[in-house]
Unconditional design. Structure first.
Length: 233
């Protein structure tokens, strides 16, 4: 791989586990070398707006649309790659709460000493949901929101919170915590992560090859293993 053509990728951390699993397969079959920068959505937007250059961008779809409108991602190159809903986890060794219904989740939230969620799309959605449920004033003092790029699993593993919410793909395999399961459908939101070609890409054809690989059957087992699905719903 020493002389391989490099594809510079900046990606949302939500797909990191699956990506790290299928990346070696892609490099082996294509001859390209992936050089990947991992960030939270807000930091990716800052880097792109500051003029940093990459070949490929992977972002949650609303942010991808914004970047195309701003000319940071080439219009018409967006491909929906993977999707993931929200899951719940607790510290290792803690009793698993009942999450079979939204009422059960509410009870778990009201009983928790600490509640964790991210500053990404799932966190924004949950804050709105808790307000809609009328429990925001009760739970807000106990919420610990992780900064961009910091997984909720890290504060669960330290015992800083009793219950944590994040994308399925970010909690399912995180070490030192106990994955409970996906939230009830009534309180779920599915985030779709898309790939696109950066406006300053030096390897646009290589990016197209990589996008095609992620959408293929070759990548599917790695994507499913981390609790994600291919494409949009």
């Amino acid at each position: 791989m020493a002389n391989a053509t490099e594809i510079k990728v900046i990606s949302s951390q939500a797909i990191k586990e699956a990506y790290l699993a299928f990346a070696p397969e892609f490099e082996k079959s294509s001859g390209y070398k992936l050089v990947t920068t991992w960030n939270g959505t807000n930091d990716i937007l800052k880097k792109l707006r500051a003029g940093e250059t990459f070949d490929m961008v992977i972002l949650v779809t609303p942010s991808m649309e914004d970047m195309m409108k701003e000319g940071k991602v080439v219009a018409g190159t967006r491909v929906d790659l993977v999707r993931s809903g929200i899951a719940i986890a607790v510290p290792a060794g803690a009793p698993k709460p009942d999450i079979s219904t939204t009422d059960a989740v509410k009870r778990a939230l009201l009983a928790a000493k600490g509640i964790g969620y991210s500053s990404g799309p799932s966190g924004v959605f949950l804050e709105s949901l808790f307000k809609q449920w009328g429990i925001w004033d009760q739970v807000a003092p106990r919420i610990k929101q992780t900064p961009p790029g910091t997984p909720v699993g890290s504060i669960l593993a330290r015992g800083d919170v009793d219950i944590g919410f994040q994308q399925v793909s970010e909690l399912m395999l995180y070490p030192g915590i106990q994955y409970v399961g996906a939230v009830p459908k009534e309180m779920d939101t599915v985030s779709v992560f898309a790939g696109g070609i950066h406006a300053g890409a030096s390897q646009p054809d290589a990016v197209r090859t990589f996008i095609k690989f992620i959408a293929s059957s070759a990548a599917l087992p790695f994507i499913k293993k981390t609790g994600m699905e291919q494409g949009a719903p």
